[in-house]
Ligand binder design. Structure first.
Ligand SMILES: [Zn+2]
Length: 181
């Protein structure tokens, strides 16, 4: 019977694939430290994100989003607090809605002071796959969770930055991300 590493999903075909060559260890050699224990979450998250960037040519936010999604399906990580919304990682959400609109939301490193209480701000990037719309980057107080909140967020956006779809759009998007971060 083939088992898979409970951390990364790699098939464990023979003893050498298991941590320390121990058939009883449900983890692979790549996901464990020198005594066969699961690596810290941050280290594994970083390594898997880098792998996704290398393997599939993804930008870091997309690679982290994919890694988060993947790890949520792994027995070793599915309940880890680092995978929950509001975790220490800046990229909260990358979502496809009806394969047309994509957005990326990051918590901004600042709040806006209102008389009663400070309001969290988010940095939002949106894109459309059909090439009809520009890439938009903005700061907004609305936390996007669906298409309705996406519209609301864009409606209340401050400091909007639009990038038209051209061959250089990817580079400009990266630039906008740096500026807004
Ligand atoms: Zn593994």
């Amino acid at each position: 019977m083939t088992t898979n590493c409970e951390s990364c999903g790699m098939p464990l075909l023979e003893a050498a694939d298991h941590a320390l060559g121990d058939l009883a260890n449900p983890l692979c050699q790549h996901c464990t430290d020198e005594v066969g224990q699961l690596q810290p979450f941050q280290e594994r998250f970083e390594r898997m994100s880098r792998w996704a960037m290398r393997q599939d040519g993804l930008e870091r936010p997309a690679a982290e989003a994919r890694t988060r999604q993947y790890m949520l399906g792994m027995p070793a990580w599915k309940d880890h607090p680092g995978l929950r919304t509001g975790d220490p990682y800046p990229y909260l959400r990358l979502r496809l809605d009806r394969c047309r609109e994509v957005w990326l939301l990051a918590k901004a490193p600042f709040q806006v002071d209102l008389p009663d209480s400070p309001v969290d701000m988010f940095v939002l990037l949106t894109n459309t796959h059909d090439g009809s719309g520009a890439v938009t980057a903005c700061a907004t107080p609305v936390r996007v969770v669906c298409m309705n909140t996406l519209r609301a967020a864009l409606g209340r956006a401050q400091a909007t930055y639009k990038i038209r779809h051209t061959s250089g759009a990817q580079a400009k998007l990266a630039e906008a991300q740096r500026v807004l971060a």
